[in-house]
Design a protein around this ligand. Structure first.
Ligand code: AMP
Length: 393
């Protein structure tokens, strides 16, 4: 059984093809700069990597080349080997509480939800249409990134704003990175043999979010109506006082969408450090004595620790604190700085364990820590493929 996970962005298309008997990726890759000049693709398979610049006017062009290459490179003998395709979707609103098989209604819903994810949902629809055209008989699913967070209760997802903003315009907390948070929750439950865990999961990448999970279900998450809310990120501000927006609009003669763009693309590590959006560069800057890099580093740690502390209280304690994604899986110094700040909760790091590299799951807390701290490598693509397999079975 072979299943492909797809993540279609506005100018990109990422894929992973899984052999579901072994849950291993047979091939993966990325088509970039679709619709713009210098479009190209990269495919990795059996220890080999190919890269080529090629004109890609539409997502359909990318899908055409992808399917041809899978056969040409002998990754599969024929397209009949692709049993199903799962599409990652950024926003399922409050309509989708789990992954579902794609029907025309599902595509219509994604189109109607475009106000919530204007860059992403229309791109997902392009990806879905391109595959429907190329492989009309292959079943397909959507795996919404918001679905896992649909178990949040009303007190959690409502904002204290005029009620009509919710009843008329659906203003509420939706969260994001749900597929990653669910993958971590399911992996911890399976590996530790327990379904009753209180988990605080820190997905710290270029985008970042923290989720409080109880008995495998999301209780609260740091991202909000959009993925701009929550902790400080690579280029995103995270939570700020909304009054800043009209104030800076007036000072700089900008409109609201220009300021939102600044908050999404010029803030976070990049904004504070005036140096880089990349966590490695920030650490590098700190070691060179750059004060703004130090400020950015400390502010990031502070926002993460604040969320962990508030979720510790919300969950009435915590069994597992987990780190995942680019920074969470790889940054030994950032993990150390965060865990050190949690000493008052009895959470203790084991410095040697924290130095572990290249494992999918490892513990980094000391044996006398009040909470077990783990690093788990996330694998959203595999979860998409698993959901898809379950839905077609
Ligand atoms: P992601 O969005 O999950 O790909 O994560 C990207 C972030 O992870 C960037 O800020 C990177 O600097 C950070 N990252 C990736 N590898 C490392 C590493 N080895 N050490 C520190 N940070 C890393």
């Amino acid at each position: 059984m072979k299943i492909m996970s797809i993540n279609a962005g506005s100018s990109s298309l990422k894929f992973s093809l899984f052999d579901m008997e072994t849950e291993t990726s047979i091939a993966s890759g990325l088509f970039e700069r679709i619709g713009i000049e210098k479009s190209n693709y990269k495919i990795k398979y059996q220890g080999t990597k190919i890269e080529q610049e090629v004109p890609l006017e539409t997502h359909a062009d990318a899908v055409d080349i992808l399917l041809k290459k899978l056969v040409e490179l002998n990754i599969i003998a024929s397209l009949d080997e692709i049993d199903a395709i799962g599409h990652r979707v950024a926003h399922g609103g409050d309509l989708y509480k789990s992954s579902v098989l794609i029907t025309e209604k599902v595509v219509d819903d994604l189109v109607n939800l475009k106000d919530f994810a204007p860059l992403h949902n229309p791109a997902h629809v392009l990806g879905i249409r391109a595959f429907q055209q190329a492989l009309p008989n292959v079943p397909m699913t959507i795996v919404p990134d918001t679905a896992f967070h649909q178990t949040m209760d009303e007190v959690t997802y409502m904002y204290p704003v005029p009620y009509e903003w919710y009843s008329e315009y659906k203003v509420r907390k939706y969260g994001a990175h749900g597929t990653s948070h669910r993958y971590i929750a399911e992996t911890l439950a399976e590996k530790l043999g327990r379904n009753d865990l209180r988990i605080i999961n820190c997905h710290l990448g270029n985008g970042g979010s923290i989720t409080a999970i109880k008995d495998g279900k999301c209780v609260d998450t740091s991202m909000g109506f959009t993925p701009l809310a929550g902790i400080m990120m690579g280029t995103r501000s995270g939570d700020i006082d909304p009054s800043i927006i009209p104030y800076v609009m007036e000072k700089e003669g900008k409109n609201a969408s220009e300021i939102i763009s600044d908050l999404n693309k010029k803030s976070g590590f990049l904004g504070l450090s005036c140096y880089s959006s990349d966590a490695r560069d920030i650490l590098d800057g700190v070691s060179k004595g750059l004060e703004k890099c130090y400020l950015a580093q400390e502010k990031f740690v502070r926002t993460v620790v604040n969320y962990i502390a508030s979720y510790y209280v919300l969950l009435g304690g915590c069994d597992i604190l987990c780190f995942t994604a680019g920074i969470g899986e790889n940054s030994i110094p950032f993990r150390m700085k965060i865990v050190e700040k949690l000493a008052c909760l009895g959470i203790k790091l084991d410095v040697d364990r924290n130095n572990t590299r290249d494992l999918d799951m490892f513990k980094i807390s000391s044996d006398d820590s009040s909470v077990d701290v783990y690093v788990v490598a996330t694998n959203e693509e595999l979860l998409i493929a698993r959901d898809t397999l379950e839905l077609i079975s």
